[in-house]
Design a protein around this ligand. Structure first.
Ligand code: G3P
Ligand code: CA
Length: 280
């Protein structure tokens, strides 16, 4: 009898000890489902970055947003490509700004990644808007805007033409490492949320600087290596959200989640739990 009593007490203690862990996992899972899952340059761990294939893959993998890098051709057309030259991600070479749209469209933007994607082309900004509006959020990065005077106006015009400048409904966010460009874009599109990108040199960002960013930006998106819980809290105090870049492993995604970020910009959307409905 005494033995049974001790067994019951022991089992009870084991159950009690397990409860906090269980509760933490429940909270953790709930929070993680609300995190913004951003497919960086599309699902670029699985398909060639900044191509329709990568963007479609991001949608298929249930990302909340696709991130795109927008630059301009010699004849003033907006296109999606990351580097300021075409060398790394196409079969061509030279500055993006030295190609007309017709010329840059001839390049193969898929084979460098895998033969499976041979023939992928560099998409235009307008094609991306037309294909993905209403299907997924679009995080638009103005890449190297100082090289392309007027790029902010062209991006704004394309959104306004499509009636996509009314913010939340269409899930559009515009961001850049060039903070003057972000301010200019915000003036053109006051109802669209904007983001300030911050590389490693912003590791010592002050509260005053964050407060200044918050006068025109809703998002502060830093390199993941400068993110701490303290930085997350300070960004939240001034009313912005924080979505670090670029997570490329499950461990990195887990770390960012534990730090309490609002979103994760990742090459692998599967590393981030998304909305509960979506994850089924
Ligand atoms: O969205 C942020 C991230 O894309 C910034 O870095 O160099 O990949 O454009 P990068
Ligand atoms: Ca980018």
């Amino acid at each position: 009898m005494r033995r049974i009593f001790f067994m019951v007490v022991l089992i009870g203690m084991m159950v009690m000890a397990a409860m906090p862990t269980f509760a933490a996992e429940q909270v953790s899972k709930k929070d993680q489902q609300q995190i913004m899952n951003v497919a960086h340059r599309g699902a670029s761990g699985h398909a060639p970055e900044n191509t329709m294939a990568a963007f479609h893959k991001g949608v298929k993998m249930k990302a909340d947003y696709i991130e795109i890098d927008v630059q301009m051709t010699k004849d003033g057309e907006l296109i999606a490509i990351h580097d300021t030259t075409v060398d790394r991600t196409t079969d061509g070479s030279g500055l993006v700004s030295s190609f007309t749209l017709e010329e840059i469209r001839q390049l193969d933007a898929g084979s460098w990644f895998s033969e499976e994607f041979a023939g992928e082309t560099i998409p235009t900004f307008e094609e991306i808007l037309d294909e993905f509006r209403g299907k997924v959020g679009i995080l638009i990065e103005l890449k190297g805007p100082a090289l392309y005077p007027g790029i902010e106006e062209k991006v704004a015009d394309a959104l306004i033409e499509r009636n996509m400048h009314h913010s939340q409904n269409n899930k559009i966010i515009i961001q850049s490492f060039n903070h003057e460009s972000v301010q200019l874009s915000k003036e053109l599109l006051p109802n669209i949320p904007h983001g300030v990108l911050a590389g490693m040199t912003w590791a010592g960002v002050t509260d005053e600087q964050l407060a200044e960013f918050a006068t025109y930006a809703d998002h502060f998106n830093p390199n993941q290596n400068i993110v701490t819980t303290e930085l997350v809290d300070r960004v939240h105090v001034v009313g912005m959200e924080i979505s670090p870049y670029t997570s490329r492993s499950q461990e990195q995604a887990n770390r960012l989640f534990e730090l309490g970020v609002d979103g994760i910009i990742t090459d692998y959307p599967e590393h981030v739990y998304s909305h509960p409905v979506k994850s089924n």
